[in-house]
Design a protein around this ligand. Sequence first.
Ligand SMILES: [Mg+2]
Length: 385
Amino acid sequence: MPDTLLAIPADLRRDLTIETIRATIVDVPTVRKHKLSSTSVTAQNYVIVQIRLTSGIEGIGEAATLGGPRWSEESVESIKATIDTYLAPALIGVSADRLGSARLRMDAAAKRNNAAKGAIESALFDAVGKTLNLPAAALLGGAVRDAIPVLWTLASGDPAQEIEEAERKLEARLHNTFKVKIGALSPAEDMVRMTKLARALEGRATLIVDANQAWDETIALRCVRVLADLGVTLIEQPLPAWNNAGMARLSARSTVPLMADESVFTTHDMLDVARQAAAEVVSLKIVKHGGLIATKSVAAVADAAGIGLYGGCLLESSVGASAHLQVFATLSDLPWGCEHFGPQILTEDLVAEPLRFADFQIHLPTGPGLGVELDPAKLRRFARN
Ligand SMILES: [Mg+2]
């Protein structure tokens, strides 16, 4: 693969040298408790990466986690340590436009650690885009859409509160698809909860569910039948990430499509899901795939296998959400929309001008790079210590 997708004038190339890489842990409170099968959070933890080039231009990126190393093996503490100790030293002095080379250097310096690498690559795209006055999407092949349907996640576990929350989102024309986090309660309690939600929102909203690997095959088979009767349109990662064979058997017996999330980090994982027919849809996330380019690669494997694409999130702020939107905007088909509601679940965003949500869509920012600017006062305020 060539290092650059665009020819860069020689006078600009001089200025693209990576001078410093700074990683800052921030903790931003959420507007309500967010409960999933493995954990529950009342503050979102991010690592904000700032990469300064010799030209003085700064690129920003973000790695999100969910309640420490519980959703995946990375935590903000491990991400910062990996960046400071291994990834940053491998990149200082390298030209920021050599994105492919940066990826190889990071892979040589550290195995996996995909969230850390994704945050750095996001910041490189931001810095190069700002240098060239082009959005990152242009460096990824060019946007084919300017807005993406965006869902909202219901995850308090209290159906009365969840119905009220959904009503407010519908009324404000912000979201009309809702993903319900299940698996923290017993399957029976979750099915009662889902029945209440489906009845209250019938005909006005679409419901999908995410079990975050909580069930075994027998429980899942029982639940998918109930969920199908309730009109649920998508079931995300009902079985453990390792159980693609179980997902394939479940998928064959389910009228509702299954979505792979925790089971697909790499292109090899994606190929295995496709070969086993273990899911009809895949959730794409920079923290899993390790960067914007790798996210496009996973999407290409899925696309070739006829597996539908869904724009996943880990409750990123507008910084991380923008990086995802830059990739999602370039995918030729994104039939399941995206879930980048993260900026709205924070009490305050980290950027000067937050992303725009309107008419059930999230809108691609128009500026160069990722298209958003960090608010330095907020970064200082939410920085840990
Ligand atoms: Mg998920």
